[in-house]
Ligand binder design. Sequence first.
Ligand code: ADP
Ligand code: MG
Length: 226
Amino acid sequence: MILELKGIYKNYQQGKITVPVLKDVNFSMEEGEYVAIMGPSGSGKSTLMNIIGCLDKATEGSFKLDGMDMQNCSENEMSDIRLHKIGFVFQSFHLLPRQSALSNVEMPLNYARVPKKERRAKALKALERVGLSDRVDFRPNQLSGGQMQRVAIARAIVNSPKLLLADEPTGALDSKSGAQVMELFKALNDEGVSVLMITHDPEIAAHAKRVVMIRDGELKEKEVKP
Ligand code: ADP
Ligand code: MG
């Protein structure tokens, strides 16, 4: 099991008011699965993603990632897990604007203290993987939206993560670039990477093998394809 969430609650504190956002979320994902989470704006999708991505902690409940109990982890352990087990893809790419595609992709390897030569080789390979070998020296403002997202995907996979997390990965893209992103996710999943993707687009969700709905912080399985 790559993910195991049991009885997860998340409250935000707004001054004296407690805002309940996630309510008794139970969710498991086998290694190698491809799951989409769908739900309207404000339903708690990003909040859930932040917990699963070890960026934030639940208020209550148990959360295991790759068999490790994350709920009682320290900040250091959480960042270590993020670095080595998870790749992130965001709607707005989150690339460093002044850095080349290559430097952006190398970034996680710097944090992981990978030697420079190896960094370069791995980053070039990841960029080749997403079809951007001819754009390695381009900065984000010299790339199209679809190309920027492919740089972000190269950055997400450069450290060979077990789990790929994507929050509205096609939300800012035209349909052709979106289709390229979906092709890449499928190829990565075929290679054994577990993929968890948030979207509000049913056509995008249809690329996943399982769809889960979230509404008002409550999760419901939608369908399981054979
Ligand atoms: P989604 O990604 O599905 O649009 P979010 O997870 O971003 O939804 O937000 C879910 C709810 O939690 C919203 O009502 C939002 O206002 C609230 N929320 C999110 N982050 C915070 C925060 N840091 N403090 C207080 N409330 C928050
Ligand atoms: Mg969101």
